[in-house]
Design a protein around this ligand. Structure first.
Ligand SMILES: [Zn+2]
Length: 459
């Protein structure tokens, strides 16, 4: 059962091979914190979470970054137009993003760095690019020189008409060149930092390139984002890192498709957005999560209330099934996995095919329900049901697990707990605390006893 992902660089599915045996390094571009997230943004964040959980299920420990873009033109516009403080604005929307992520059962990231707290590293990075001869200064704006980097064009054919039009007004030399640093202008007000080439601020492509390499390393396993980030953002992130360090920045680039609303891409600038907070007043977090996971991450999906209603009905069906099977007293030790169980894992390992995995789960529900209705439910089927429901929920996370066996500890929880033990043995208390929080968010409490860690499922 090999794990494979569709790599946007090669445009094909490739078997996943991690850089290290145990740990997988993943970078996902995070929110620009100037507004409440909408359901389209969360399609991407739930996709990151799906990837994370499937990696955990495959026995990997995941070290990941979802950055907080708190320096951006849109943020500066709001600060100017509304007279609100920069930190007040960005930290408010960062909190909303993190709270809503937790409500939708997204596992916490290892790091959520704010761009504004890594400026000196960004300045050093830009200096190094200038020293290497791949960046130049025009009036205090620093640009990456795409003519000095022969591998530019990882994601697009740069001879096509796909060229980036950004920052044309700043006087760059070639159409695809892009800003690393933007010189201060009146409208930036107090949002500015000093550098060797004058006051200003880092540009977005540089923020992600620096946060990724600083926190995860020069080479990472997987870089992901929404499809609209592929070009120019990811092209430019990758070009900076690879031009400077001479190695491959990320081995796999994964991109999730748009959520469509009335045939238009859902985005804040189009104003056709549905905020998560509005939707949560009408639908449960589990319904939103199941809706987002019921399509493959690489297919375009139209938003409709009917689809949310269908997801809500599916959740009712799943919960009725879980209650019917009455799993509380079942001992699941020493039983082989069912065919359904293996098919479910195969589907997820085949480029995160959630619609197929969901189909397998519903086939299983129908099979077991038939047995219940015929009074032909066997102990074996009951045990397999329990194992499968636990597995299903460790990925989809839409069932209230209070009815499941308190003694069964899923593999992803065990992996996190053993990593925590390792961090404690190295006195890395911060890392250990983060892992405790991740385990807690997955519904398990950890107690440190003289015999070691003890895991207890929350009621
Ligand atoms: Zn990014």
């Amino acid at each position: 059962m090999k794990l494979q992902f569709y790599n946007s660089v090669t445009s094909k599915k490739e078997e996943f091979k991690s850089l290290s045996d145990k740990e997988v390094l993943v970078y996902g571009c995070g929110p620009t914190v100037y507004n409440s997230p909408h359901i389209g943004n969360f399609r991407t964040f739930v996709f990151y979470d799906l990837l994370n959980r499937v990696l955990l299920q495959n026995g990997y420990v995941v070290k990941n970054v979802i950055n907080i873009t708190d320096i951006d033109d849109k943020i500066i516009d709001r600060v100017n137009n509304e007279g609100v403080g920069f930190k007040e604005l960005t930290q408010k929307y960062e909190r909303i993003f993190l709270d809503q992520s937790s409500t939708i059962n997204i596992l916490p990231s290892t790091f959520n760095p704010r761009a504004s707290e890594h400026i000196s590293e960004m300045i050093d990075f830009i200096k190094a690019l200038m020293a290497k001869g791949v960046a130049y200064n025009i009036d205090g704006n620093i640009f990456f020189d795409t003519k000095e980097y022969s591998k530019y064009g990882k994601f697009v054919n740069i001879d096509d008409d796909n060229l980036s039009r950004e920052d044309n007004e700043l006087g760059k030399k070639h159409p695809n060149d892009f800003a690393l640093w933007k010189a201060w202008k009146d409208s930036d007000g107090e949002i500015t930092w000093e550098s060797d080439w004058g006051n200003g601020r880092p540009a977005w492509h540089t923020e992600c390139a620096v946060l990724g390499t600083q926190l995860l390393g020069d080479s990472i396993d997987i870089h992901c984002g929404g499809i609209d980030l592929k070009f120019p953002h990811h092209e430019n992130e990758s070009a900076q890192v690879e031009a400077l360090l001479g190695n491959k920045f990320a081995n796999y680039w994964l991109h999730s498709e748009h959520l469509i609303f009335d045939s238009e891409k859902m985005s804040k600038s189009l104003g056709n957005t549905l905020s998560i907070s509005d939707l949560l007043t009408k639908y449960s977090a589990e319904t939103l999560r199941l809706f987002l996971l019921s399509s493959h991450y690489r297919s375009k999906v139209s938003f409709s209330e009917k689809k949310l209603d269908d997801s809500s009905k599916m959740i009712d069906k799943i919960n009725r099934f879980v209650n019917n099977v009455d799993l509380a007293t079942i001992d699941i030790n020493g039983v082989d996995y069912s065919r359904f169980h293996l098919d479910f894992l195969d589907a997820l390992n085949d480029d995160l095919n959630t619609p197929e995995a969901l189909g397998v789960f519903f086939d299983f529900i129908n099979t077991v329900n038939k047995n219940i209705n015929n009074d032909s439910m066997t102990d074996d089927l009951r045990i397999q049901s329990k194992i499968f429901i636990n597995l299903f929920n460790s990925i989809f996370c839409v069932i209230n697990t209070s009815s499941s066996d308190k003694m069964f500890i899923p593999k992803d929880i065990q992996n996190l707990a053993s990593l925590r033990e390792e961090m404690r043995s190295k006195f890395e208390w911060n890392e250990a605390d983060k892992l405790r929080q991740m385990i807690d968010n997955l519904g398990w409490l950890i107690e440190d006893t003289k015999d070691g860690q003890k895991l207890i499922q929350k009621k």
